[in-house]
Design a protein around this ligand. Structure first.
Ligand SMILES: O=C(O)CC1=CCC(=O)O1
Length: 96
């Protein structure tokens, strides 16, 4: 199942910078692992924001919930999830 996931990262001014840098590195490693697995299919930066728009390919809603809530930066994120399905005019075979 495909989902569009919009993530906004909010970093309070009093956040410990060293701790945040470690979480950012852990997030990057988990992100790259999920990309290699084909789970986190796409990511784009939202221009002018500490936000991204991503496409996830997961078995079901619960799987996506588990992945998102375990992300290292999850405590700093506001997340919106939109379920997607194949557009009838798409020429891409992997849009499902
Ligand atoms: O930078 C972000 O938008 C948050 C994030 C998601 C994957 C990653 O490496 O950073």
């Amino acid at each position: 199942m495909l989902f569009m996931v919009e993530m906004d990262v909010n970093v309070p001014l009093d956040t410990d910078q060293e701790r945040f840098a470690a979480l950012k590195q852990a997030e990057k490693e988990r992100f790259q692992e999920l990309q290699r697995a084909g789970t986190w299919r796409h990511i784009w930066r939202v221009v002018g924001h500490y936000s991204n728009v991503s496409i996830f390919d997961v078995a079901d809603n619960a799987a996506l919930h588990d992945i998102l809530t375990a992300l290292p930066l999850y405590p700093f994120m506001n997340i919106r999830v939109t379920a997607l399905c194949r557009h009838p005019s798409s020429i891409h075979d992997d849009d499902r």
